[in-house]
Design a protein around this ligand. Structure first.
Ligand SMILES: Nc1nc2c(c(=O)[nH]1)N[C@H]1C(S)=C(S)[C@@H](COP(=O)(O)O)O[C@H]1N2
Ligand SMILES: [Mo]
Length: 320
C-alpha cells in the first residue's frame, strides 16, 4: 500500500484528478465507488506528497458538498490560524510537530448520561465517516474551500445522551505548553474554548473533522479532532479538542474573551455586519494568486437555506 511510502509518489506520476480519486478509491473501497459516480465529484488538486497516510472508510456526501474547486492541500495546511503554535499564518505548519495526536482522549462532562474519558477510537466508533467539501470563511475576510473528512456532530451527541438541561455544548482544546508552546505566552487565554447552542450543534451541517483530502488531519489543522461549522467564522472551528461539556448556560469563547466588542458568541458569517476594524462585505480567496479579485461574502457563508431558521427573530447585529 502507498501508505508505507507516502513520500515516494511524485505529483507528476499521474494526472491531478486521477491522483486524488485513485487514492480516495483505494481508501474508501467499494462503498464510495458504488454510491457515487466519479462525475459527481469536482476535480480535486493533487494531494501533497507529505500528506500523512490514513485508512478511513468514508463516502462523499454530495448533498452537503459545494461544487467549488477545493483550495490546494498546500494552502489548507500552510495558511493557518492556530495560536498555540504562533500567530503567523505559516507558524502552525512550522511549529506543530510538537503536538502528539495519538494516543488521544476526550473527556465528556456535564449534562449528559454518557460521561467519562474516551480514547479517540472509542469516541468515534460506529459514527459514519463522510467527506464534505465546505466553504470556510475566516473573520479576517479570507476564505477557502476544504474537503473535510469527519462525522456529523449530531451522531456523537446522540451517543452521549444529553439531558434536558443541556442547552449548549462547550469544547476545550488541549492545554499543554510542552506540546503547544504558544500556551506559554499570553497572546490568548488558554486553553482555547468554544461553544455552540444545542440546536446549532445538532444541525446536520455541523461536522467533527478528523481529516482532510482523505487523510488524517495534519497537526496544524487541529489533529486529531476539530470542529467545523461552515456557516460561522473560522474561529468557531476549535482544534485539537480534549473536552466536550454539555452545559445549561452560554459558555464563553476564546475570541469573545479576548475582544468582546469584536467577536461575539454567534460568529455567523454576515456581509451586513462589519467587524469594527474592517468590512465583511467581501472576502479574499486563498490560493488564487495576487491578482485574484475579492468575492462577495454570502449570508451564513452560503448556507442560509440550511441554517437561517435557527436565528429567526434574532437581531443579528446585537448577536454577532
Ligand atoms: N485551538 C485553536 N483552535 C482554533 C484557532 C486557534 O488559534 N486555536 N484558530 C481559529 C481560527 S481564528 C480559524 S480561522 C481556524 C483556522 O483553521 P485552519 O487553520 O484549519 O484553516 O481555526 C480556529 N480554531
Ligand atoms: Mo479566523
Amino acid at each position: 500500500m502507498r501508505r508505507h511510502q507516502p513520500n515516494r509518489i511524485l505529483p507528476s506520476e499521474i494526472t491531478p484528478e486521477a491522483t486524488y480519486l485513485n487514492r480516495r478509491d483505494l481508501l474508501a473501497g467499494a462503498v464510495a465507488s458504488g454510491i457515487l459516480s466519479a462525475t459527481a465529484l469536482p476535480a480535486l488538486p493533487v494531494v501533497a506528497a507529505e500528506a500523512p497516510a490514513g485508512h478511513f472508510n468514508f463516502t462523499r456526501n454530495a448533498k452537503y458538498s459545494v461544487s467549488l474547486e477545493p483550495t490546494s492541500y498546500k494552502d489548507i495546511t500552510h495558511y493557518n490560524n492556530f495560536y498555540e503554535f504562533g500567530t503567523g499564518k505559516e507558524d502552525p505548519a512550522a511549529n506543530a510537530g510538537t503536538l502528539r495526536p495519538r494516543p488521544w482522549s476526550v473527556a465528556v462532562e456535564g449534562e449528559c448520561e454518557t460521561k467519562g474519558t474516551f480514547g479517540f477510537d472509542d469516541l468515534i466508533k460506529g459514527l459514519p465517516l463522510e467527506e464534505r467539501v465546505y466553504r470556510f470563511r475566516c473573520v479576517e475576510a479570507w476564505s477557502m474551500v476544504v474537503p473535510w473528512l469527519g462525522f456529523q456532530l449530531s451522531g456523537l451527541i446522540q451517543k452521549l445522551k444529553p439531558t434536558s438541561k443541556a442547552k449548549y455544548v462547550q469544547f476545550v482544546t488541549l492545554m499543554d505548553p510542552k506540546q503547544m508552546p504558544g500556551e506559554a505566552t499570553d497572546v490568548l487565554n488558554w486553553p482555547y474554548v468554544e461553544g455552540l447552542r444545542m440546536d446549532e450543534a445538532m444541525n446536520p451541517l455541523t461536522l467533527m473533522a478528523i481529516g482532510l483530502y482523505g487523510r488524517a488531519l495534519p497537526n496544524q489543522d487541529g489533529a486529531p479532532l476539530r470542529l467545523v461549522v461552515p456557516w460561522k467564522y473560522g474561529f468557531k472551528g476549535i482544534k485539537s479538542i480534549v473536552k466536550i461539556a454539555f452545559v445549561e448556560n452560554q459558555p464563553r469563547n476564546t475570541w469573545n474573551i479576548a475582544a468582546p466588542n469584536e467577536y461575539g458568541f454567534y460568529a455567523n458569517v454576515n456581509p451586513h455586519v462589519d467587524h469594527p476594524r474592517w468590512s465583511q462585505a467581501t472576502e479574499r480567496p486563498i490560493g488564487k494568486g495576487l491578482f485574484a479579485k475579492n468575492q462577495p461574502t454570502l449570508m451564513f457563508n452560503g448556507y442560509e437555506n440550511e441554517v437561517g431558521y435557527l436565528y429567526k427573530g434574532m437581531d443579528l447585529r446585537r448577536n454577532f
